[in-house]
Design a protein around this ligand. Structure first.
Ligand code: EPS
Length: 361
């Protein structure tokens, strides 16, 4: 199961091609809308003001409402591509932005906005993952969810999945939403940006997905999450907190009716344990700021760079559905690979431990 995307943020359209999609999955263009809305810009004052409809057209790979097994191509037309500041920015490098490294690599500057480095590209990952989420749910009873786990220094005081979809921050504690609104309003007025942490989980993943050395499930998840714009860190389970733990704490005890804890985040030796899969992702603060910062122009001269386009004060806010999408894409690929090598789960070895309770993510 392989997804590639094409298109630029300010080109006529963006799209993706999904190869290796099993035949027979019911797919309708309307099914993409809900997740694309969750990710889209211009829906609340806390994200970029660019207003795209993000309507998906199915170009190939679906006949009479079902996937055919041939390449599935999806297209979203750009309808609000106009970044007035990019004429000037095209001659400057923003501090902390990919425009410097793109120029060093390709020597070509696309004056139409962020081009391929824009987070607009993630639209198509979310679209592709609608198919993966559906297949995982129907075929394996796997459920994928995510929430914001930190904005700047603020962390959730409580965890309630029911709250997550009821506020613009994917925040799991309804009591803190007013505080976040105030924080984000002040941040936006100041012209600065802030980082965030997203946590995504998958429930129902059977034991056995992944590979022991090459293609470890955790390695593939880390690569997938790292391929999202602005990501600077990925943790599986306790992640970097494991550094300060003792083995007697970190090891997840086992009992006939399930594991006793889930510090490992559902993966041991690159292979799923059957527990909840837990992945946390760190997003850096947006680099395109209207506050002046030291940068360079195309000739290497020092310039004060000011970006006045439509940018997110916290890219992490819209990243929850994107991280869910990458989790779904990796899991669908792993499920198909596992079946190709070992047959269906339970065929090779009997399942000896029930899944542990989901935990507090
Ligand atoms: C983005 C910059 C802004 C955002 C964009 C991501 O776009 P523009 O290229 O118009 O400056 O609006 O996000 C989207 C358009 C989207 O759909 O996610 C960036 O630099 O990453």
């Amino acid at each position: 199961f392989r997804v590639t995307t094409f298109g630029e943020s300010h080109g006529p359209a963006i799209g993706c091609v999904i190869d290796g999609c099993p035949p027979g999955i019911a797919i309708a263009a309307e099914e993409f809308a809900a997740d694309l809305e969750r990710r889209a810009t211009g829906r609340t004052r806390h994200t970029s003001a660019r207003r795209e409809s993000d309507a998906v057209e199915i170009l190939s790979g679906v006949y009479e409402g079902r996937s055919t097994g041939t390449p599935l191509a999806l297209l979203v037309r750009n309808t609000d591509a106009r970044s007035k500041d990019y004429e000037r920015i095209a001659r400057q490098f923003r501090p902390g932005h990919a425009d410097y490294t793109y120029w060093q690599k390709y020597g070509i500057r696309d004056p139409r906005g962020g081009g391929r480095s824009s987070a607009r590209e993630t639209t198509m990952r979310v679209a592709a993952a609608v198919v993966a989420k559906k297949w995982l749910a129907e075929r394996h009873d796997v459920r994928i969810r995510g929430h914001l786990a930190q904005i700047g220094g603020i962390v959730p005081a409580a965890h309630d999945w029911a709250a997550v979809e009821d506020n613009p921050f994917f925040w799991p504690d309804a009591a803190q939403v007013a505080e976040l609104e105030t924080y984000m309003d002040a941040l936006r007025k100041s012209g600065d940006s802030v980082g965030a942490r997203v946590t995504v989980v998958a429930d129902g993943v059977p034991p056995g997905w992944g590979e022991p050395v090459y293609g470890k499930l955790d390695a593939e998840l880390a690569a997938a999450m790292m391929s999202i714009n602005a990501v600077k860190g990925v943790e599986i389970g306790d992640g970097f907190a494991s550094v300060a733990q003792r083995g007697t704490v970190h090891r997840d005890g086992m009992a006939p009716d399930g594991f006793l804890s889930n510090h490992a985040g559902g993966i041991l030796g690159g292979i799923s344990t059957g527990q909840q899969l837990v992945v946390s992702v760190a997003f850096k603060p947006t680099s395109s700021l209207r506050l002046p910062g030291p940068g360079l122009d195309l000739d290497g001269n020092a310039v004060e760079v000011v970006t006045t386009g439509r940018h997110d004060p916290c890219v992490g806010i819209r990243a929850t559905p994107i991280c869910e999408a990458m989790l779904a894409l990796v899991l669908m690929d792993q499920a198909l690979r596992h079946r190709a090598q070992c047959g269906d789960v339970g065929e090779v070895a009997p399942r000896i431990a029930a899944a542990a309770p989901g935990g507090d993510h």
